[in-house]
Ligand binder design. Structure first.
Ligand code: ZN
Length: 527
């Protein structure tokens, strides 16, 4: 198939645009002026007039949970709830509207910091008001805390409080479990989930891929696989089927392995990657979230001195995974939010620095940092996979959580650029929605989605629009070793691109979050 796109404002790299592209079999083979490219017309070439629209490469979300975002969008949605009562009401509504539910209700999205009035976590007594007949589990927006009802406690056979390695079953005043679980303890509720089928999961992936395309996303690095879990096998097969049929999103798996032995065994078996399906880095979780005060800090939280957060892995466990993966020639990306977790991960990476640099080890989130941590990332050439949209919620709490001084060097997106760190952007969906324009808004304006504060939070950390787009495109490709094939609209790159409703480079930056995607092309075909 041969296509010419002409008369556009096509972004190539900072300050450089072209008017036209020749696309052959999904790949850009020539770029230049409309006049020059139109001369390459032959019989059978499709010609598309871009009518002066602005075109940028398809967006690449460098870290999210793609399948689980699909599941979340299809289940009860308690995001944005402003009270305990609203969460309960949404749960009841969902059950009324879905009388043929599977006998298990799962949802996600509550955040007590967004409650007006009493800002408390939910407990089983609240969730029992939704139903006492079926098990219900509702995850906090961050995914690091979950609450369930009495039926779920009963079916999962949990009747005692306790510390699970890297997590906790919380208790109420009566000394019995109150339905709240943190971090690794949440896994105790896994047994309640109905068994997945490959067909159902594939349908869910197709649906979320469609929504992603509408938002201009053509590539994702997704963390859905936890090798060693039963459901993971099904999800993996579903992705394989998805990628072999009519895929419209390129998938790169960031994979958790339950033990280093499972990691070794998987690598020994080998992976089959294609242009649409890659088996990427080892993903490890080293701490929790800032909102839930489970991110691992070096010093106690400013607004709760009784805690420094939770280490989901000991430094020794991090070392073992990082060393094992590095020996196998595999990239590592580590979830780290607090400065304590950042330090643990950087210590582990420093020990494998010879190979680690070329394997492009990275840190996902990188939220609470000081200059020394950022300098170390730069020195060790560690990638930052960040989520600018987190500023929307976190700019309201970060100073309370960690104090003014540490907050001023956190979410330091511009400093990361100045230090030469490879920074890619993503959403961590379903933690936040994967609307890329909202992410760019946060990076460029340093404001929440209501445009607060007017001058931007810590405005010296604003980045320019070119940088934000590059971090959502070519840097995402760099993070998966694909920068030679995608992320730029240049010769030799996949024709993955989007046509925008307005010129993102010249409109007032306040308007970026309202932009729409008019058309999305994947591998040379409009989808
Ligand atoms: Zn994540």
């Amino acid at each position: 198939m041969r296509t010419i796109l002409h008369s556009g404002k096509i972004y190539q790299e900072k300050g450089k645009f072209c008017e036209a592209l020749l696309i052959e079999d999904g790949v850009i083979t020539k770029t230049g002026s409309s006049e020059k490219i139109l001369m390459l017309y032959e019989d059978g070439t499709d010609i598309i007039d871009l009518m002066d629209s602005t075109v940028v490469p398809g967006f690449n979300d460098s870290h999210l949970h793609f399948y689980y975002h699909g599941v979340t969008m299809a289940s009860v949605n308690v995001y944005g709830s402003t009270s305990v009562e609203e969460v309960i009401e949404k749960g009841r509504d969902y059950l009324r509207q879905h009388p043929h539910h599977s006998g298990y209700l799962w949802g996600r999205g509550w955040n007590q910091n967004q409650f007006v009035g009493e800002k408390r976590m939910l407990t089983k007594d609240d969730i029992d008001k939704i139903s006492v007949d079926i098990p219900i589990v509702l995850g906090r927006a961050c995914g690091h805390v979950a609450v369930c009802n009495s039926k779920a406690l009963e079916l999962a056979n949990i009747n005692e409080s306790g510390i699970v390695e890297g997590g906790e079953i919380l208790v109420g005043e009566d000394g019995l479990p109150n339905g709240l679980f943190t971090e690794n303890a949440i896994d105790l509720l896994e047994c309640l989930k109905p068994r997945l089928t490959v067909e159902d999961v594939k349908k869910q992936i197709e649906q979320i891929a469609k929504i992603a395309n509408q938002r201009g996303i053509t590539s994702v690095s997704t963390n859905d696989l936890h090798m060693g879990d039963e459901n993971s096998k099904i999800i993996e097969q579903a992705y394989v089927q998805y990628a072999s049929e009519r895929p419209t999103v390129r998938i790169n798996h960031q994979i958790c392995y339950n033990t280093p032995e499972i990691l070794k065994a998987s690598v020994a078996k080998g992976f089959k990657s294609t242009d649409f399906l890659r088996y990427g880095p080892l993903k490890i979780f080293t701490d929790g979230s800032l909102g839930a005060r489970t991110a691992l800090m070096r010093t106690p939280y400013a607004d709760d001195v009784s805690t420094r957060g939770i280490a989901c892995m000991t430094p020794e466990q991090i070392d073992e995974y990082v060393q094992t993966a590095t020996d196998l020639g595999m990239q590592v990306v580590a979830h780290a939010i607090g400065d304590g977790a950042m330090e643990n991960v950087l210590n582990a990476y420093a020990k494998v620095i010879d190979l680690g640099k070329s394997l492009r080890h990275g840190i996902i989130h990188c939220q609470i940092t000081d200059h020394d941590i950022l300098q170390r990332m730069s020195d060790l050439d560690v990638l930052a996979l960040v989520q600018p949209i987190f500023l929307h919620a976190d700019l309201h709490i970060v100073e309370d959580r960690v104090g003014k001084q540490l907050a001023s060097s956190s979410y330091a997106f511009k400093t990361m650029e100045d230090l030469g760190i490879h920074v890619s952007y993503g959403s961590d969906a379903p933690v936040e929605d994967f609307n890329v324009f909202e992410g760019i808004h946060c990076a460029v304006n340093r404001q929440d989605l209501m445009s607060y504060p007017s001058v931007g939070y810590n405005p010296k950390e604003k980045v320019d629009v070119f940088t934000a787009i590059d971090n959502y495109t070519v840097e995402g490709a760099y993070a998966s070793f694909e920068e030679q094939q995608k992320g730029r609209l240049m010769t030799g790159h996949f024709a993955d691109l989007i046509v925008l409703s307005d010129d993102i480079f010249t409109i007032p930056t306040q308007e970026i979050k309202e932009l729409q995607v008019l058309k999305t092309m994947v591998h040379g075909v409009f989808v």
